[in-house]
Design a protein around this ligand. Structure first.
Ligand code: HEM
Ligand SMILES: *[C@@H]1O[C@H](CO)[C@@H](O)[C@H](O)[C@H]1NC(C)=O
Ligand SMILES: *[C@@H]1O[C@H](CO)[C@@H](O)[C@H](O)[C@H]1NC(C)=O
Ligand SMILES: *[C@@H]1O[C@H](CO)[C@@H](O)[C@H](O)[C@H]1NC(C)=O
Ligand SMILES: *[C@@H]1O[C@H](CO)[C@@H](O)[C@H](O)[C@H]1NC(C)=O
Ligand SMILES: *[C@@H]1O[C@H](CO)[C@@H](O)[C@H](O)[C@H]1NC(C)=O
Ligand SMILES: *[C@@H]1O[C@H](CO)[C@@H](O)[C@H](O)[C@H]1NC(C)=O
Ligand SMILES: *[C@@H]1O[C@H](CO)[C@@H](O)[C@H](O)[C@H]1NC(C)=O
Ligand SMILES: *[C@@H]1O[C@H](CO)[C@@H](O)[C@H](O)[C@H]1NC(C)=O
Length: 723
């Protein structure tokens, strides 16, 4: 493109975005109107009278407090009620604002206005973990929530999904049981942040439909590095309806532009202790630094012929997934998170999502899990806000006008005018919309009210086959991490019968060798060799489909080989003789070109004798926060052996090595230091010229990211017999 036409393209783009962005700005204006800046104001009571409440009103300097101290009494009364109840699930979370841009005009597919050409809407996304309570660790192994509210011109559209594609159950009737089982044990009050306990595995034993989801959680997918590197998944099938009433079924996804990254489990447990806010800090700091995470909104489409089936996949069963290899997702738009909230309570904590919040053009299917979600979130929001008026809070309010006769209740903030409080009416009140403007729930054609006798039904599918397909997709190291995760969880269950039943009933039905390996590691009885599934049944048991789908495991080596390193953090170990200004200079431009930040870690913060400034110390930080570690070159060999690391540096490097991270030792002293550690020729370990080592480490971070091949794996032949 020539210079001139490029300018025209940019200008045209700017104009179309400016006009479309009015919608996004409307939400920002609405939020700004609710901002209240108290800086420099004088303290008052709630009735607007200035008062100094720093000290109590007392009957003399050594006397009792006076009941007449109404100002401090009110201050205390308000404090006593500062909390609203935490969410019953997904309590621990955080989030940010951003925009959703439609890639084009999708009116053929849906009437939803946020998918019109040039549409740009303001959004808020909240990330969460299911099990932990407020104050727990965001990095725990769990299903992570990914909930987005699009403040579109035609109303709020909520997408309330998770970071994994499937779920534990198929019927909302089982959800309270699931949550009771995975949260802390009722009698003991522990554990508070995970499923490695008896009630959880007793539940899982009774729910084979969750075998695939649990294996996803126990693979490295269950411990994402942060929210920027994970997907969002709608799990259920939904329905698009276009202006002609034509229905198309879809499953939706948020695909991270940065690709997927995960932690090592040992690292997860240490991050939980050293900074249980690691994930929200990562998102907050990146947004503050202008490194905005992006996800593409993608959908798998299925024709709606009334059967809710697609090539043998049952679209009404939420635990059943359709691999991308079978039905590649179509990209419809882009989510960019670019603005941190101003107030944690008023925004991420007070936002209420509901799968029932859809705009005209999006609707539902008779999936019995989804159907209960359609009531549960509105119900819980009413409880959590203490009132059905939570929708009037700034973060929840649509930009589309809200007019109805749902009136009054606690903290109703409006002064409604007019005489009528009913619709329809002939006295000037709220009027009904025309039929064409009514939210369309179902397809015009093909939809039946029911499909058989009234009853309580159980979904049928090859649950173990779907889990087996996932298992078969893992490489040897991903397999090992997953086996170790089952060993960790089952090894902590503390009820040998529950453990043995899970191994015999579920794991051995997925794969005999998986069951034997897990049992072997925790001293349980290994199911007899060959006693597992006989056929090679996989996702589609009677088809000739391949037994593996690489898209099921995006962390696999072939899936995302060249990821962006944006927003990663590396450390350089330094002291008064280790690490030079030349080291820093050689690395700096390479790192900043990829938006990777460098922290110099030394025995003390401040200027070192080498002239390098350390901005963290071994006491203030930890290797677990960094994606790769560099060891500075020795400024002088005067007084040092040149090969031995002091204890703090040694622990820092070797723990990172134990988490599979890239290690770079700079300068001519590098290889001596590495051989002193006995890691000099291991994968992902580099030494020599600073710029070259920095490039090697950056390449490693872009993929494979970590080096699990440093560690032994099970002797599978010994445990399972030679293949
Ligand atoms: C019938 C089954 C389910 C029920 C009854 C249910 C119920 C709930 C409830 C009561 C909350 C707390 C909401 C609040 O206090 O604001 C919640 C949060 C959440 N649920 Fe579900 N849930 C179900 C299944 C699912 C599924 C299948 C997914 C994922 C596809 C999911 C994703 C989420 C997310 C992401 C949140 C957090 C929303 C936020 O950030 O505020 N839930 N759920
Ligand atoms: C508020 O009152 C306390 C004594 O109760 C006093 O120490 C403090 O200086 C007062 N603040 C101002 C701004 O006067
Ligand atoms: C929309 O559908 C009409 C009628 O089927 C077709 O002519 C048109 O090309 C479609 N447009 C798009 C953008 O797919
Ligand atoms: C398996 O085959 C049967 C009989 O041909 C068919 O009804 C069914 O839909 C098939 N299932 C799948 C998963 O393809
Ligand atoms: C309420 O009804 C009265 C009587 O018809 C009318 O005069 C008045 O304007 C109405 N008020 C409003 C706000 O519409
Ligand atoms: C599990 O399987 C083993 C070996 O096949 C058997 O000895 C044991 O009784 C089974 N235990 C349970 C609880 O099913
Ligand atoms: C150290 O400084 C670098 C560059 O200014 C910055 O990116 C990094 O976050 C800092 N680390 C700490 C712990 O302050
Ligand atoms: C080397 O160490 C000795 C004794 O510690 C000291 O006198 C000398 O100045 C040092 N030389 C350099 C180049 O640092
Ligand atoms: C600097 O680090 C090197 C390598 O760990 C160590 O041998 C040396 O004793 C340290 N020097 C100082 C002054 O801490």
């Amino acid at each position: 493109m020539g210079q001139v036409s490029r300018w025209w393209a940019i200008l045209a783009g700017v104009f179309s975005i400016v006009s479309a962005q009015d919608v996004a700005n409307q939400k920002i204006d609405q939020l700004n109107a609710a901002l209240k800046d108290t800086a420099g104001t004088i303290d008052t009571t709630d009735n607007g009278v200035q008062v100094n409440t720093s000290n109590s009103l007392r009957a003399g300097p050594r006397g009792y407090n006076l009941l007449e101290d109404t100002a401090v009494r009110k201050k205390m009364l308000h404090f006593d009620r500062e909390r609203t109840p935490e969410r019953v699930v997904h309590a621990l979370g955080h989030g940010a604002y951003g925009t959703f841009e439609s890639y084009g005009d999708f009116s053929n597919l849906t009437a939803a206005c946020w998918l019109r050409d040039g549409a740009v809407s303001e959004v808020f996304t909240r990330f969460s973990v299911v099990v932990a309570s407020v104050g727990g660790s965001e990095s725990g192994r769990d299903t992570h929530g990914f909930a987005t509210k699009i403040y579109s011109e035609c109303g709020n559209q909520d997408f309330v999904g998770n970071h994994l594609s499937s779920f534990f159950i198929n019927d909302g009737a089982d959800f309270p049981d699931l949550v009771h089982a995975v949260k802390y044990e009722a009698d003991k009050g522990f554990p508070t942040g995970g499923t490695a306990h008896r009630t959880a595995y007793d539940f899982f034993d009774h729910h084979p439909e969750g075998a695939f989801q649990l294996m996803n959680v126990l693979s490295d997918l269950g411990i994402p590095r942060d929210v920027r590197h994970m997907s969002g998944n709608g799990v259920h099938t939904f329905r698009f309806i276009n202006a002609e009433g034509k229905s198309t079924l879809f499953k939706w996804f948020w695909l991270p532009k940065l690709g997927h990254r995960s932690l090592f489990y040992d690292e997860v447990t240490k991050i939980a202790g050293k900074n249980n806010n690691f994930q929200r800090v990562d998102l907050y700091n990146n947004i503050a630094a202008g490194i905005y995470p992006e996800w593409e909104f993608a959908v798998q489409l299925f024709p709606d012929d009334g059967s809710y089936m697609w090539r043998g996949y049952d679209l009404l069963i939420p635990t059943v997934i359709v691999p991308f290899d079978e039905n590649p997702p179509m990209k419809l738009g882009r989510l960019t998170l670019n603005r941190n909230p101003n107030n944690f309570f008023a925004e991420p904590e007070s936002i209420s999502f509901a799968p029932s919040n859809v705009v005209d053009g999006v609707s539902f299917v008779p999936d019995p899990l989804l159907q209960w979600r359609l009531m549960s979130y509105d119900d819980t929001a009413t409880h959590r806000h203490g009132s059905p008026n939570g929708f009037t809070l700034p973060v929840n309010r649509p930009i589309a006008p809200v007019n109805n006769n749902y009136r009054d209740g606690y903290m109703q903030p409006y002064i409604y005018e007019g005489n009528s409080t009913s619709t329809p009416n002939s006295i000037g009140g709220v009027q009904e919309p025309g039929a064409d403007a009514t939210l369309a729930y179902t397809a015009a054609a093909g939809e039946q009210a029911g499909s058989g006798p009234i009853g309580r039904y159980v979904s049928q599918y090859d649950w173990f086959g779907q889990a087996r397909t996932f298992w078969n997709t893992l490489d040897k190291f991903a397999e090992q991490h997953t086996v170790d995760a089952y060993r960790f969880e089952l090894g902590n269950v503390g009820d040998a019968d529950v453990v043995q039943r899970y191994i015999n009933n579920t794991l051995n039905s997925i794969d005999n060798c998986l069951a034997r390996r897990v049992a072997f590691g925790i001293g349980s009885t290994m199911p007899e060799m060959g006693s597992g599934p006989s056929g090679s049944g996989t996702i589609q048991s009677n088809s000739s489909m391949p037994k593996t789908f690489s898209s099921l495991y995006p962390l696999g080596a072939t899936q995302e080989p060249h990821k962006s390193n944006e927003g990663l953090q590396v450390a350089l170990i330094a002291n008064d003789t280790l690490g030079t200004q030349a080291d820093v200079q050689a690395m700096m431009s390479l790192l900043s070109a990829q938006q990777v930040s460098l922290t110099v870690v030394a025995p003390r913060i401040g200027m070192l004798k080498t002239g390098v400034t350390a901005n963290a110390s071994f006491i203030t930080t930890s290797d677990v926060f960094f994606d790769a570690i560099f060891i500075g070159s020795l400024a002088t060999t005067n007084g040092t052996s040149g090969s031995g690391l002091d204890m703090d540096s040694y622990n820092f490097v070797m723990e990172a090595y134990g988490h599979g991270k890239a290690i770079g030792a700079l300068g001519s002293s590098g290889s001596g230091i590495l051989s002193g550690l006995a890691i000099q020729s291991k994968p992902g370990v580099y030494s020599g010229d600073a710029a070259r080592v920095a490039n090697d480490v950056l390449d490693a971070l872009a993929g494979p990211v970590r080096f699990p091949e440093r560690f032994p794996t099970d002797d599978v032949n010994a445990i399972c017999g030679a293949a």
